[in-house]
Design a protein around this ligand. Sequence first.
Ligand code: ATP
Length: 261
Amino acid sequence: MGGRVYGGGSLKASLTIPLHLRSSFRGVEARGLVKRYGEREALKGVDFAAGPGELVGVIGPNGAGKTTLLSILAGTLRPDAGSVDSPNGDVGWVPQQAALYRRLTVEENLLLFARLEKLEEPRGAVEEMLELTGLGGRRGEVVARLSGGNQQRVNIAIGLLARPAVLLLDEPSVGLDPRQRARLWGFVAALAGRGTSVVFSTHDIREAERYGRRLLVLADGESLFDGTPEALLDAVRGEAPDAADGDFETAFVAFLQHRGH
Ligand code: ATP
């Protein structure tokens, strides 16, 4: 595990359990995350953990802090306070905006990233990802000429190249057609089934309910709920009984409203 503690004098950060006491934990864990952009607090002390094999959806309104949280867990953004523990260098990150080399082919992009990540068998890993994401038939196509959905598939393939212990996906299904969505969730669930910790964000509440075994609800930088979709419905029943009989999305919106969002 690699531990990163940020900010000075944070009570939560100083309470982090020493890493040597939980070296068997292979997931990702964050405590007391605070992130400020000027006056705005994008995260206001968020705790989060995803263990091996967990498939966790992060949901919440625009500007809730979902991308900020995932970027901090990925190690690409520094929080102002809090701590993050994750397996050293073993976190795959699929950002919303793919950083692909547009003039290179699908295969050349994958090979380049496999070499950048210093994989032992870059060609083998590339073949595996082409197969897994169904991109084999497009391997020779220049990325700039691919549809947005297919570029997203290359983006996801790159995040998966190193077969990371933790996989973080920011709105992975945006732009994918229904068949590709089904394929995406199929292989993401299979990865979790093999022990990978998977965390994804989405605005598709039905997708979150269907695929997230656990859901984290963020709003205005605060964690409002962390539990199973069923437990979220129970919470709605308690707080906004009229909405609990509707579909999951209606119940979710009522939950947010009841909490002032
Ligand atoms: P969305 O669902 O719209 O993608 P989100 O839940 O992913 O939103 P974030 O992108 O994490 O939310 O943003 C959280 C807050 O931080 C927002 O108020 C946003 O405007 C602000 N923010 C994010 N990045 C920056 C930045 N680079 N500079 C200034 N403010 C930022």
